[in-house]
Design a protein around this ligand. Structure first.
Ligand SMILES: *[C@@H]1O[C@H](CO)[C@@H](O)[C@H](O)[C@H]1NC(C)=O
Ligand SMILES: *[C@@H]1O[C@H](CO)[C@@H](O)[C@H](O)[C@H]1NC(C)=O
Length: 378
């Protein structure tokens, strides 16, 4: 009894003495894929002969009014989180210029997988888009930490965004038309990899990590278009028109991810591991589009695309004419068939920060003097 009380008191003292646990983060450290990349990909492949379509107009049209390397018409969830915390938008790590990363550093890369490039190739699911994986991003983090005075402290005071990552490990099999059963063995591997990476980050000093699950990809134009003529599992949800089996697959991934987070919480009780429920935060849009400002009749179509069913055309991608953008991206959930619009990302971010979609709920309280100071600097 006494021991239990003492443990609670020690835990309380710890959590109040740690700034990050109180929700006052000095920076954001981000890993992931196109859902979080704020500009790494185009710089990594700058020397390649052709510009990736994601780095061409109309990407960025709504907020930045130019392409920034973000896979959307505007800001991503990470941008809205940074703004809410009074921090600058998180800088991409890969850059030709000298930049200060004191308030945040982003290692996320479009197309990145959780599992290593060579491993995926060897098991027959090669990543044809990039060789960057979560392991590459952790190597970059270590290189970065070695260049600053106190890397451990930097991580301790950061909000670490672990993903979303893992979606691309499945996207390549999906583009080949794979089944649930063919992809299922991948899930354990992906979750295990994400879990051991989280443990590694905690050992390096990280104390607050937000870990998003996957989005309802069964509602995504690229999936709906890929499986349109396929004989397997054309089982659509009558309420939404989404592919049931693909959403069930995402739910399966998210379930294992949450079990993994519970396991890690027990091993490292001082760390705050927040699950970000992207799936349900986004599923609301498909269930009641009008409530969120989306148009019901185009809820499953991409705003920017090259025509065809769901306005997703694998050979006529957004960014490459004759594909073009719709007039009002804010009335669409899907921007280019694979990624969401700024309007959708904004609502997801609000759902995480103010709504019920972070477990445990993310605290963003910060002493007023500190916050004002940060806002002025921004
Ligand atoms: C990834 O590919 C690039 C060339 O596009 C190469 O320079 C780099 O060394 C590769 N990285 C790894 C980890 O294989
Ligand atoms: C897809 O885009 C290509 C290239 O622009 C075009 O030739 C083709 O007709 C489009 N397919 C559909 C179904 O619209």
């Amino acid at each position: 009894m006494f021991l239990a009380l003492a443990t609670i008191i020690i835990a309380l003292i710890r959590s109040t003495s740690s700034q990050s646990a109180a929700g006052c983060y000095e920076s954001i450290v981000s890993f992931g894929d196109s859902l979080a990349d704020t500009g790494n990909y185009p710089m990594l492949f700058e020397s390649d002969s052709h510009t990736p379509s994601y780095a061409l107009p109309p990407y960025g049209r709504t907020f930045f009014h130019r392409p920034t390397g973000r896979c959307s018409d505007g800001r991503l969830v990470i941008d809205f989180i940074a703004q809410r915390l009074g921090l600058p938008l998180v800088q991409p790590y890969i850059t030709g210029r000298d930049r200060s990363f004191s308030k945040g550093v982003n290692f996320a890369v479009i197309g990145a997988t959780a599992l290593d490039f060579d491993f995926l190739r060897n098991i027959g699911f090669p990543n044809t888009f990039t060789n960057v994986s979560l392991g590459t991003q952790i190597d970059w983090l270590k290189q970065f930490l070695a260049t600053i005075p106190d890397g451990r402290k930097f991580l301790q005071k950061s909000l670490v965004l672990m993903g979303e990552i893992g979606g691309n490990d499945y996207n390549h099999p999906i583009m080949q038309g794979s089944t649930f059963e063919e992809m299922q063995p991948l899930v354990q591997l992906v979750i295990h990899y994400i879990g051991s990476t989280i443990e590694e980050l905690i050992k390096l000093g990280a104390e607050t990590l937000m870990v998003p699950g996957n989005l309802p990809i069964g509602c995504f134009p690229f999936c709906l278009a890929t499986y349109k003529d396929s004989s397997i599992a054309q089982d659509y949800d009558p309420k939404t028109g989404c592919l049931n089996w693909l959403n069930d697959f995402t739910i399966y991934h998210n379930q294992l991810l949450q079990e993994e987070l519970s396991r890690i919480r027990e091993l490292y009780p001082h760390a705050v591991l927040i699950y970000a429920d992207y799936y349900n935060a986004a599923m609301r849009f498909y269930l009641s589009p009008a409530e969120y400002g989306f148009s019901k009749d185009i809820i499953l179509s991409a705003c920017c695309g090259g025509g065809g069913p769901y306005n997703y055309n694998g050979t006529g991608k957004c960014g490459i004419p004759p594909a073009r953008s719709c007039d009002d991206p804010a009335s669409y959930v899907s921007w280019d068939g694979i990624h969401l619009t700024e309007a959708a990302y904004r609502l997801i971010a609000l759902g995480l920060l103010q709504g019920p979609y972070t477990i445990p709920h993310i605290t963003t309280a910060c002493p007023a003097f500190n916050r004002d100071d940060q806002v002025y600097q921004y």
